[in-house]
Design a protein around this ligand. Structure first.
Ligand code: GCB
Length: 802
């Protein structure tokens, strides 16, 4: 059985059908995420695993790297583990087939049912189903699953990629039962779409185990309001059948602002009995990459406003809940994006569902990330993966691009793995395969120049203002590439920023020398110190993005760009970054909490009116008396007025061609002590939205720290936030002080890095003389004892009563 899509509505519809037509059979789908046992033991031997006594209980999804990903030394666990479940099947129908469906298990998986191997799968990030019909019995069944994320150069992605390869059953698992004659797969295409009329083609394939001559298929299409548009019944006499609905008048198009979705239901019947039913969403849309730009959706120019998503979250790693997947996608949409590159691998089924429903175009990616070209086994694995991805995600209207990889021939894992000729031959094979499986979409790669002519769409590497040059050279760079590549898109730009780090004078990147050799630098895990141009402050990144957006929003020929990356994410390659093992190029932190940069994007892209005063993480400031400071307001309102302590500093008109902040900046002369800023944004319709910010300002600059001061605050979740503040001789907080502080929990709890996962101890870089860490009590009720120290001071001690 291939991958199919289910939703609660279809399950409910089936239930209703079942009630009406009692003699019918309908497939069932049961989520079996709960009550598993887990064994951290790499034995390949089932008997040994069965006998082990140290199994612990958990619910799926799960990764064993949730904690060690950000607390790496001496390396995150890349090994095998076992999962076990007692699966109760009260009744077995002899006319049914049973399977386990894994939405994703990383990296290789072997499934045993009642002591026998039932099936296996190679590759994480993609769903697969294991037929268990011949292995099960009525009552309790022993399911054992061995998952292995050991280093294996024959399976992409390469370990030289800038992200963790999380081990475990990282997505949902389902028990599915179907009648023996059932629908195996449904593939939907829309051969013709215009504003006036459309057609939809449905190719269904079947399993007809007993060669029944009485099968028929009814396919029904309903419009976004649920009204039936058309329906057709045909006899099923072959393994596949095709139904085409022509002449669908004035289709309600799927657009990023208005993602209209039709519903298609395919019902397989045998005489008068329903045997199976599958529901899918259909979006009518067409798109085009014009030669040398721009991009068109449904005949209208659409500037691609994109970001990247890694499947990853503080505390859980890749084992995210469906709610967490949706929260990410909604936050991306709320920012105003219309495009997301799923980097660098396919993601949870909920992510595609969210993109269809929210109106986000998708670049789906084969995980060929770095590592070069491999041997024959590697090639077979890689091709299988591409086939699985396309087959599984085919019906999602949001997908426009099948990406064949990223930086594919860099840092080869095999001898001669960066050979262009061999790489191009294989890339051509993949490209042909993708087009054969799906002629309706485009293929792409990023940053493999030698193969740029092979794929349909190409992204070079442009990191203006971070890995090379000044961000002010951005327009020049895209002008060059627009000419050079027929279908050019710009994926990946941005830089790292540390929440709460601010600077009155962020670097501009204008005078920096091009950082040669940064790629080698990454391998040596020293990228942060060697190559990047910014100062890791929020201010620098805000300027960099503001510049990029004011260029892209004002270029009528540009296809668009895709910012790197939406959320901070963990990576084995960056032990020396501000937060070790953290790529901090996110617009949000690793919990999904927006940084200032998020609001810059929102101000250009979002529809829902808002105002945001820069910056809510910069409320302690200092400087000389009577020197005005520039305050930006990020807003999409027509006009904004800024008030300082109740006094208006004037109304400004937003102007998209002005930099910075579209002209919404004011000079504010702070007084000593508390200053209240209020920004009121007004739209054409007269509606207002406001934002306030309290800034504590001081005149005397004194940044010679003489001690650390530790304090703790109880959080709503029962944890404690322990804060270290650098203090000068006058007992004042130092605002420019930025050393690393090493927090250690001596007793009674463990530290939870502010963007990370529970660990023993953490080094956190101070932003403006302040660093915080969350501490989880160990449940014993005993006081928590903490120390914090840095290079200049010995440990400061704190005792907290839980
Ligand atoms: C890249 C890679 C991406 C990295 C990113 C970075 O070019 O494609 O995987 O994470 O740069 O942050 O350096």
């Amino acid at each position: 059985m291939k991958k199919r899509h289910y939703n609660t509505f279809s399950i409910f519809a089936l239930f209703v059908l079942f009630q009406i037509c009692l003699s019918s059979f309908a497939q069932t789908k049961r989520n079996i995420n709960d009550n598993w046992l887990y064994l951290e033991n790499d034995t390949p031997n089932l008997n040994e695993a069965q006998k082990a006594s140290n199994w612990t209980s958990l619910n799926l999804p799960h990764t064993w790297n949730a904690e060690d990903a950000t607390d790496l030394y001496p390396g995150y666990r890349r090994d095998a583990s076992w999962y076990q479940k007692k699966l109760n099947i009260p009744q077995i129908d002899k006319n049914s087939v049973y399977s386990l469906y894994f939405e994703g298990s990383n990296v290789t998986t072997k499934v045993y049912v009642n002591g026998k191997e039932a099936g296996s799968h190679i590759g994480g990030y993609i769903g697969f189903s294991i037929d268990i019909t011949n292995f099960i019995k009525e009552g309790n069944n022993d399911i054992f699953v061995r998952v292995d994320n050991s280093y294996d150069i024959e399976i992409i992605p390469s370990q030289k990629s800038d992200f963790f390869i999380y081990g475990g059953i990282t997505r949902d698992v389902w028990l599915i039962s179907q009648y023996k004659n059932h629908i195996d797969d449904v593939k939907i295409t829309t051969p013709e779409v215009s504003a006036k009329k459309a057609s939809v083609q449905i190719v269904s394939s079947f399993v007809n185990s007993d060669n029944s001559k009485d099968l028929s298929l009814t396919v029904t299409l309903s419009n976004p309001k649920g009204k039936k548009v058309v329906s057709k019944t045909i006899p099923v006499s072959a393994k596949t059948s095709t139904i085409t609905f022509e002449n669908i008048k004035n289709p309600e198009l799927w657009y990023t602002d208005n993602p209209n979705l039709y519903k298609l239901t395919a019902v397989l019947s045998e005489k008068n009995q329903i045997r199976d039913s599958v529901s899918e969403k259909v979006g009518f849309r067409w798109f085009e990459f014009k030669d040398h730009g721009p991009f068109y959706l449904n005949g209208k120019r659409l500037l691609i406003r994109g970001t990247h998503r890694h499947e990853e979250q503080a505390g859980v790693g890749a084992a995210m809940s469906n709610e967490q997947h949706w929260a990410d996608m909604k936050s991306i949409k709320e920012m105003g994006a219309n495009f997301v590159r799923l980097a660098h691998y396919p993601q949870d089924p909920e992510v595609y569902k969210a993109c269809d429903e929210l109106g986000l175009l998708v670049w789906d990616e084969l995980p060929w990330c770095r590592g070069g070209i491999g041997n024959e086994v590697w090639k077979t694995n890689t091709k299988n993966m591409l086939e699985e991805i396309i087959n599984q995600n085919y019906n999602h209207p949001s997908i426009v691009i099948w990406s064949l990889g990223n930086e594919i021939n860099w840092l080869p894992d095999f001898p001669d793995g960066d050979n262009d000729k061999r790489t191009n031959a294989f890339l051509t094979e993949l490209n042909d395969l993708a087009h054969k499986l799906d002629p309706t979409r485009k293929t792409a790669i990023r940053k493999y120049y030698e193969g740029s002519h092979i794929v349909d769409v190409f992204s070079p590497s442009i990191w203006s203002g971070w890995y090379s040059g000044s961000y002010k050279s951005y327009q020049k760079a895209i002008n060059t590439y627009k000419k050079e590549y027929k279908h050019f898109i710009h994926a990946e730009y941005g830089g790292d920023s540390h929440v709460g780090r601010h600077s009155e004078n962020p670097v501009t990147g204008e005078n920096v020398i091009k950082a040669e050799g940064w790629e080698e630098a990454i391998v040596q895990t020293k990228v942060a110190n060697i190559a990047q141009i910014g100062d890791w402050s929020e201010n620098y990144i805000v300027d960099l993005f503001d510049w990029h957006l004011h260029v892209s929003e004002n270029d009528p020929e540009f296809v668009g760009n895709i910012q790197w990356a939406f959320k901070d994410f963990a990576t084995p390659l960056r032990p020396e970054d501000d937060i070790p093992y953290m790529n901090q190029k996110g617009l949000t932190d690793r919990n999904g909490i927006p940084k200032d940069a998020y609001y810059v994007f929102k101000s250009y892209w979002a529809k829902e009116p808002f105002t945001y005063i820069e910056s809510h993480t910069w409320t302690e400031r200092q400087g000389p008396e009577n020197i005005p400071r520039t305050i930006s307001v990020f807003s999409n309102c027509e006009k904004v007025t800024l008030f300082h302590d109740g006094k208006s500093l004037g109304e400004k008109q937003r102007n998209l061609s002005l930099y910075p902040a579209n002209g919404l900046t004011w000079d504010v002369t702070f007084k000593k002590g508390e200053n209240i800023l209020l920004a009121i944004g007004k739209n054409k319709d007269g509606k207002t939205v406001s934002d306030t910010l309290k800034v504590n300002y001081r005149f005397n600059k004194n940044d010679t720290a003489s001690s650390l001061q530790l304090s703790a605050e109880k959080l709503k979740n029962g944890n404690f936030l322990v804060t270290a503040i650098a203090i000068d001789n006058n007992n004042l907080r130092c605002l420019d002080y930025e050393e690393s502080v090493y927090f250690q929990c001596l007793k009674g709890g463990k530290t939870l890095k502010n963007q990370g996962t529970p660990t023993g101890s953490e080094s956190i870089r101070m932003a403006n003389g302040k660093a915080s860490i969350e501490v989880i009590p160990d449940g014993s009720g005993k006081p928590i004892e903490m120390t914090a120290l840095n290079q200049s001071f010995k440990g400061e001690y704190l005792k907290v009563e839980p």
